[in-house]
Design a protein around this ligand. Sequence first.
Ligand code: G1P
Length: 288
Amino acid sequence: MIRKAVFPAAGFGTRFLPATKASPKEMLPLVDKPLIQYGVEEARAAGVRNMIIVTGRGKNAIEDHFDVAYELEDLLQKKGDGAQLATVRAITDMADFFYVRQNMPLGLGHAVLRTMDLVGEEPFAVVLSDDVIDSKVPVLRQMIDVYERYSADSVLAIQRVPREHVSRYGIIKGKRIAEGVYEVLDMVEKPKPARAPSDLAIIGRYILSPAIFPALVKTRPGAGGEIQLTDAIRSLAGRERVLAYEFEGVRYDAGNKLGFLMANIAFALKDPELGPDLRVFLAKEKKR
Ligand code: G1P
């Protein structure tokens, strides 16, 4: 049973400045929902109940978003707008939310380490909400299935990426044990293409064993001078069963402007209200 999911959300969002000067990147809207809500909904759909969000300065909007908005609910009630009321209420009711602050930007590994006491001695998920994945079966659900079927201790989501992009990711060296499933032998954070052990890149979904916490305590700063989650998982790979899984689904890197725009267009095209008109607009724009 995976009951808890960790959402690192303390980053400054520098790639989206000036939009993120005073608002969290995680609250940028993908069509009509903030980015982080997609990750939370995915975790919920995979059976996770407790959402642990790692925030920092200027991130209050995230807490407000998942909390009850009394005035708004009262207004919608008085207007008799039951549909909007249900939409707003569902955000709060879908899960239990816990917050912890990462008061220094020391890296993804450091963010996860901040949740040690909240997670405790049980396996848990990590969701990077920048990685938006459109799939029939929620990716975390697919990973939990692999975790159970192969009695794994940890499972990492992976995807093949073009060789020239490997330096943007954690890259694994794996031994294939079944279709799309690899045993992780080694991994390296943001390697130069010539030094990458493969083109299998870690995408922002993890199931981790609680042994990650003592490993993170021992992890020294790595790539970019940050405490890297990849380095801590690597140190577990010899001792525990760490698997990597090529998930089914389309992934958008909403952590950069182009990927964010692509995700917005792809999701809007699938929306029955927006899709048809947007398609007409895009065809017109193409001709200009
Ligand atoms: C993080 C991880 C990296 C992973 C990536 C997936 O990097 O450190 O291993 O491949 O997320 O999106 P970041 O994008 O935070 O630089």
